[in-house]
Design a protein around this ligand. Structure first.
Ligand SMILES: Cc1cc2nc3c(=O)[nH]c(=O)nc-3n(C[C@H](O)[C@H](O)[C@H](O)COP(=O)(O)OP(=O)(O)OC[C@H]3O[C@@H](n4cnc5c(N)ncnc54)[C@H](O)[C@@H]3O)c2cc1C
Length: 544
């Protein structure tokens, strides 16, 4: 029986594990936390699919066109075509597994308008789409667990992959219970570790998504792609805990953005782009908010309490619970915050990386979203990517090889020991916080060569001390050993942003404000013994 090791148990990891089990393969799902605590459960707005009910003027061609256009024409056409064509089957699969979508009185799945899309095609489960999908997938995974086809390992953190001669044979983990490294071998390894939120201070996402796996793989020879494209969500609300997302659905239902000047409201998006101005793509809205230099508000009060409670209950609850704002009477103070990563691990259309038998899926992989992602496309991409990777692994035959990985095991044991004994004065969490501050400041919505250089100086300094840091034994060892990988990813991201001398999608350079035809391709970055090398993938090396 083929063995598949999946690192990360959010929606992408679950989708892959179930798809492997459906094909009779044995999948081991590894993560520090249960799926119910993955970032996927935060998804509220919905998932895109063209379905034949209600408004029927929508088409798969239109979904493909919107996705390519939203991504500023640097996502691979064939990959996007596969994604959009599969959407309605994926929706049916989710329904079959027990996901409860919101329906109209005639029983057809409701759809809402989302930014940058020509039709209402975002299907949703009340205000808890991610939670509903995770619950259904977990139930199915448990069923396969009972059949012995899925194994779930918790409290286990990724350390590195086990690679020989360009082929992956498994991965090394840090076992939180024993405090020791542990090797798991498999025919294929699938990385599904989510985005890189912890690299930034203000984020709508989970800080347990720190990009370490992508950073460490990069150091092991895996190429990364389009790291400079980071999506800021335009409407987030500051709370004591984090930046809370005020769903795009609020603008989809007619919400209006404005700021106040001399006691009057200025509806700046409508002034600039006409009546649909509030629903422009996220990068444009975020930049326009930043340009106002003022506190911006989102008004949905005119919808009335009844409609708000019916259509946007999560927005009502969120604002009331965290800020005591009654949105049926008052406007919401909003500002942009880091939300989604279009860039990540470079994968071909079957989701394999440049290392054989090593795959990446979900938000940690870069393939469908180009320079900007449409709301509702990432849940779809996470589910689809899991299925595509499982199909590719299922179609392969694997050679059995007995390889000795004691060198990697010994090196990890030594690293953990030396960290505990280190006496330096730089605590790990302090450096993580400083990094987040610097990234926020220097890799924001509007970038410039000067700021990117400042960011690079900061990260280079943190990297120079990363191996000498004091490891406080009350902290999880993971925070200590992951630091160099996280910093390396941060440096690679800044280098990609500096290398792209144009503005496109979510990447805006004040010193290169125009979009240029010669930059219409993905950025690839590789690492070789401390050297970073970028190139533009004009030949579409990853688009097959
Ligand atoms: C607030 C919010 C709202 C959103 N709303 C929508 C929406 O409405 N529609 C939409 O399409 N998208 C939405 N998104 C984006 C979407 O939710 C994510 O892109 C998607 O869920 C990512 O799924 P994933 O499985 O790739 O990653 P995740 O769900 O982030 O899962 C990552 C997994 O990897 C594990 N992991 C992380 N690091 C390690 C490590 N070092 N070792 C081992 N395991 C590790 C984690 O524990 C977790 O199990 C939203 C995102 C946010 C933050």
């Amino acid at each position: 029986m083929k063995k598949v090791l999946i690192v990360g148990s959010g929606i992408a990891g679950l989708s892959c594990a179930i798809s492997c089990a459906e094909k009779g393969m044995e999948a081991t799902l590894v993560s520090p936390f249960p799926s119910e605590r993955s970032q996927s459960v935060l998804a509220a707005g919905g998932i895109n699919a063209v379905i034949n009910s209600g408004e029927t003027s929508d088409s798969i061609e239109s979904h493909i066109e919107d996705t390519l256009k939203g991504g500023c024409f640097i996502a691979g056409e064939n990959a996007v075509k596969g994604l959009c064509e599969s959407a309605s089957d994926i929706l049916r699969w989710l329904v079959k597994l027990g996901t409860v979508f919101t329906t109209d009185s005639d029983g057809s799945v409701c759809r809402r308008a989302f930014g940058g899309q020509s039709h209402r095609r975002t299907c949703y489960c009340g205000s808890a789409t991610g939670k509903q999908i995770v619950t259904a997938l977990v139930m199915e995974a448990r069923r396969y667990e009972g059949l012995g086809l899925i194994k779930r390992r918790l409290w286990t953190d990724f350390y590195c992959t086990l690679i020989r001669d360009g082929v992956c044979y498994g991965a090394l983990f840090y076992n939180e219970a024993t405090g020791a490294p542990e090797i798991l071998t498999a025919d294929s390894v699938v990385i599904a570790t989510g985005g890189q939120n912890a690299l930034f201070g203000k984020t709508t996402g989970s800080k347990s998504c720190d990009g370490y796996a992508a950073g460490r793989l990069f150091m092991q020879g895996v190429e990364l792609k389009n790291l400079e494209f980071i999506q800021y969500h335009p409407t987030t609300m500051a709370t004591d805990q984090k930046m809370m997302l005020v769903s795009e659905a609020a603008r989809g239902e007619g919400g209006r953005l404005y700021y106040e000047e001399k006691g009057k409201r200025v509806y700046f998006m409508e002034d600039k782009f006409g009546e649909n101005g509030n629903l422009m793509p996220r990068d444009i809205v975020s930049r326009c908010i930043e340009e106002t230099g003022k506190q911006v508000f989102l008004d949905i009060s005119f919808l009335g309490k009844e409609k708000i409670l019916k259509r946007l209950p999560e927005v009502y609850e969120l604002c009331m619970k965290y800020r005591g704002i009654d949105v049926s009477k008052e406007s919401i103070p909003v500002s942009p915050a880091v939300h989604f990563f279009m860039g990540g691990i470079a994968v071909k259309n079957n989701h394999e990386t440049n290392i054989r038998n090593l795959y990446a899926i979900g938000e940690c992989a870069s393939i469908y979203h180009g320079a900007n992602r449409l709301g509702g496309n990432s849940l779809l991409a996470a589910l689809y990517g899991g299925k595509v990777a499982a199909a590719s692994i299922g179609s392969r035959t694997f050679e059995k090889r007995d390889i000795d990985f004691s060198v990697e095991h010994k090196e990890a044991s030594e690293k953990l020991r030396s960290m505990r004994e280190s006496k330096s004065t730089y605590p790990v969490m302090y450096i993580r916080d400083m990094l987040a501050e610097s990234m926020q400041e220097n890799l924001g919505i509007v970038r410039s060569s000067e700021k990117l250089d400042k960011g690079l100086d900061d990260v280079s300094f943190y990297l120079s001390v990363a191996d000498k840091i004091h490891y406080d034994s009350s902290e999880l060892a993971y925070f200590g050993y992951s630091l160099p990988g996280i910093l390396t990813l941060a440096k690679a991201t800044l280098i990609c942003a500096k290398s792209r001398q144009e503005s496109r999608g979510a990447h805006y350079r004040s010193d290169f404000p125009d979009t240029k035809e010669e930059w219409k391709a993905a950025t690839i970055i590789s690492y070789d013994d401390g050297k970073y090398r970028t190139y533009l993938d004009t030949e579409g090396r990853y688009e097959n």
